[in-house]
Write a protein that binds this ligand. Structure first.
Ligand code: PLP
Length: 384
């Protein structure tokens, strides 16, 4: 249908995301998909049964706006055990309809027109568009092109009186790096005595490798007091299609976030919330995740050890970067298209995670796949 109206776009430069484009191409070419972070294996049967049980028990209507009380209490208890800080379930924990919704509600609630928001590139794709939709300015700071660490001196130089928020993401998508003690200390020092809010995207909080520690903002009281933490059940329980996550913040900030959440979605899916209460009663359901994914990381790395790719270290998340610049001068997008067409395997060019399309000859591989897919994907990548 042709509209008689002209939509005045708020995001004129935003088109279909690279994930959709690559997904469609992968399907057309019957390519194996190592591009998306969505697992291709089934979640725990007991979790699925938990949802069915909740539906049959009649939990099919609106949940309370902030989430069912039992889930908020279970989350507060988990966070207190893991990170040693108490969030009040009634005022400081909110169940959200996905981490994506949590990011949107938080930025929309706390960032005003004219504000500046610092974030790091390469980055998850929603941060900058959400900031722009508020009439605010996203300020991207590039991670080092060699090891993808934050240059805190650059952050310091980028902070102005208009800086309202810094968005951090550890473990990091797409580079698979994690924050160190030194990163935390610099972040503390830079935000001390400012009114800067930290939005901490911790959707991969339970996927940290080689015995390393996840630095949740919750672990550091000084940071927790100015942080909104966003996490996702979808990532931790292999159910990215169930749009449920959670958000932690001091009551003053959470109060504002809930105002947006309430008018955007009102509440997250009810039966899933009941199932997650049960799942959280077994800490192994999240504590076992690092070992589960470390096995997959190591399997993919081993299978690619004889390939021409240089693999970058993966410290956490479901991802690994692979450098092809050593054997090809193609742009990363052209290289990814060739991989889909010729090797029948789909990956993501790292340039897709930059607003200016920085291309350093790297692709992102996802290992949230069953072992057979990883072995076959690596075999196809070795053929290039
Ligand atoms: C860093 C990061 N943040 C947020 C999200 C969104 O999570 P959700 O599926 O819960 O909306 C993703 C999903 O890929 C992600 O990688």
């Amino acid at each position: 249908m042709q509209s008689a109206l002209q939509a005045r776009s708020k995001l004129p430069d935003v088109g279909t995301t690279i994930f959709t484009v690559i997904g469609q191409l992968a399907a057309e070419h019957n390519a194996l998909n190592l591009s998306q972070g969505a697992p291709n294996f089934a979640p725990d049967e007991a979790l699925v049964d938990g949802v069915t049980k909740a539906m049959r028990a009649g939990h099919n209507q609106y949940a309370p706006m902030a989430g069912i009380g039992a889930l908020r209490a279970a989350l507060a208890a988990k966070v207190e055990t893991l990170y040693g800080v108490h969030y009040d379930p009634s005022t400081e924990v909110t169940v959200i309809a996905s981490a994506s919704e949590g990011l949107y509600s938080t930025i929309s609630a706390l960032v005003h027109p004219g504000d500046e928001v610092i974030y790091f590139e390469p980055s998850f794709d929603s941060y900058a568009p959400i900031v722009r939709l508020q009439g605010a300015t996203p300020i991207p700071i590039k991670l080092s092109l060699t090891d993808f660490r934050v240059n805190w001196d650059e952050v310091s130089a980028a902070i102005t009186p208009k800086t309202r928020m810094i968005i951090v993401n550890t473990p990091h998508n797409p580079t698979a790096t994690i924050f160190s003690d030194a990163d935390i200390e610099r972040l503390k020092a830079l935000t001390r005595n400012t009114d800067i809010v930290i939005l901490s995207d911790e959707v991969y909080e339970h996927v940290v490798f080689d015995g390393a520690k996840h630095h949740s903002m919750a672990c550091h009281r000084e940071l927790a007091e100015r942080s909104v933490i966003v996490s996702s059940f979808g990532k931790s329980y292999h159910v990215t299609g169930w749009r449920v996550g959670y958000c932690l913040a001091p009551a003053e900030l959470m109060d504002e976030i809930r105002k947006v959440h309430q008018f955007m979605v009102f509440s997250a899916d009810t039966p899933m919330q009941y199932a997650f209460v049960e799942a959280l009663s077994n800490p192994q359901s999240y504590l076992g995740l690092s070992a589960f994914y470390q096995h997959k990381r190591d399997l993919l790395a081993r299978e690619l050890s004889e390939s021409r790719f240089e693999l970058l270290p993966s410290e956490g998340s479901f991802f690994m970067l692979a450098r092809f610049r050593g054997f090809s001068e193609e742009s990363d997008s052209d290289f990814v298209l060739r991989l889909i067409r010729d090797a029948k395997v789909a990956t993501i060019p790292l340039s897709a995670f930059y607003t200016d399309g920085t291309d350093s000859g790297l692709i992102r591989l996802s290992f949230s796949k069953d072992d057979e897919t990883l072995i076959e994907g690596a075999r196809r990548l070795r053929s290039i």
